[in-house]
Design a protein around this ligand. Structure first.
Ligand code: NDP
Length: 399
């Protein structure tokens, strides 16, 4: 029996709240807090739980978060607000001695920079305080790290090549929309591509490297090399890796819209003066795009995310693929969310459950691949994300 404070009432927060409420024997009390309280109330109204309350919170304000934590006395804080809030929520957890979990690494608001260094810097202080921070426990980052750790534990002596592949083959019916927070999503995609090879990072022009990749039950989809934050932690924690890359699918239609928006300056994060007000073009664009949480109702099709791994077992080369497919319609029927929010929210709930039940223990700051993958993958299917593996069958990444 434990108390969880969930911060953030967007697409992912909705799923985390629903999934925690389904496991009442662990999450006996839930407080859902966010910047806009009526969004918390709307989510709470759609959930049956005897002890789910809501609160208004500006999580950029450490003192405010500390007060809320002291009042509610949670056993864990699940941060599914935006990456900008990570450090202030980590500070509040440190001050109050409460475990912390998130799904995306900290980003400074004025610079699209994806690095774990700011959060890793909390390790000693969390260790001294005797509390645990679990970083990046969504799907990617999150399940992809657990998949890789599971591959290493059960199928390889050494992992040499890792290709994380992320396909959304769904159709929401809008000409252009993003599946999670538009600002965060577009900051990520418009960055230079980057992958790890032979101990160095290789940079590529944004979306310039692409190839068709086969996804189970979906088929071949054009996939683009991106930098994704779990690459940094995975190559640190699994030093035998010689190359690590991340691929994501985009439709031609999506890329055409993105190109136009970039060309007219609407994806910029540099403030401009508009009629005497400072506005950030990307934040304005976010305000006119459909909210990710509104996409679920008419979404058809599946997501498919997995890890292609190559390495050595007993001195012999081995290939391994481990993945999950998630159906947008089923996700909507269960928790009124599209599959991208669902595949992020389920692992966040499960990671919190493992911390609360002692299956994941540690003092300090951890990425998911540092933790035991077995209890996580034992339960992932039960909570809605069944996973599959194939051994020595994939020819996908022989190069
Ligand atoms: P949304 O924009 O839908 O929701 C974000 C929520 O955070 C909103 O309710 C917002 O409030 C709230 N919020 C923003 N600022 C503050 C603040 N200062 N104090 C309190 N609450 C605040 O985003 P998503 O649900 O799509 O994404 C949530 C997180 O999940 C993001 O960090 C994203 O990067 C991550 N993510 C991770 C994935 C993974 O696989 N690891 C995949 C997808 C997303 P308001 O309603 O007022 O704007």
């Amino acid at each position: 029996m434990a108390k969880a404070l969930i911060i953030g009432a967007g697409g992912v927060g909705n799923v985390v709240a629903h999934k925690c409420a389904q496991v009442k024997e662990v999450f006996s009390e839930i407080l859902l807090a966010s910047r806009t309280k009526h969004k918390c109330d709307a989510i709470a109204a759609s959930i049956k739980h005897q002890s789910l309350t809501t609160a208004q919170l500006d999580a950029d304000n450490v003192a405010e978060t500390v007060t809320l934590i002291n009042d509610f006395q949670p056993d864990i804080v699940i941060n599914v607000a935006l990456p900008y809030q990570d450090l202030s929520i980590m500070d509040a957890c440190l001050e109050t001695g409460v475990h912390y979990l998130d799904t995306a690494n900290y980003e400074p608001i004025d610079e699209a920079k994806f690095e774990y260094k700011w959060q890793w810097a909390y390790h000693e202080r969390y260790k001294e305080a005797g509390i645990m921070a679990v970083l990046g426990c969504g799907f990617d980052p999150g399940v992809t790290g657990v998949f890789t750790a599971y591959g290493l534990k059960h199928h390889f002596d050494e992992i040499h090549y890792l290709d994380i592949v992320d396909c959304n083959a769904g159709d929401h019916g809008h000409p252009f929309a993003t599946n999670f927070n538009p600002e965060i999503n577009i900051r990520e995609i418009t960055q230079k591509g980057r992958y790890y090879e032979n101990s160095t990072w290789v940079e590529t022009a944004p979306l310039s490297v692409h190839r068709p990749i086969n996804y189970p039950e979906i088929g071949a989809r054009e996939s683009y090399l991106l930098y994704h934050e779990e690459l940094e932690s995975l190559v640190k924690h699994i030093p035998s890796i010689k190359r690590a890359r991340f691929w994501m699918t985009f439709s031609e239609n999506y890329l055409t819209h993105l190109r136009v928006l970039e060309n007219v300056g609407l994806t910029s994060i540099k403030p401009i003066d508009y009629e005497g007000h400072q506005i950030v073009p990307l934040q304005f664009l976010k305000a006119v795009l459909p909210t990710p949480s509104s996409l679920g109702e008419n979404y058809q099709g599946q997501t498919s995310i997995g890890c292609h791994i190559r390495g050595l077992k007993d001195g012999k080369p081995k290939t391994y693929y481990i993945y999950n497919n998630c159906d947008h319609v089923q996700a909507y029927q269960e928790v009124r969310a599209q599959a991208v929010a669902y595949t992020t929210g389920v692992p966040a709930m499960l990671g919190a459950l493992l911390v609360l039940t002692g299956a994941w223990q540690g003092k300090g700051v951890f990425n998911v691949e540092q933790l035991n993958p077995d209890p996580f993958l034992e339960k992932l299917g039960t909570y809605g994300l069944p996973w599959h593996e194939s051994i020595n069958t994939s020819q996908e990444f022989e190069d």
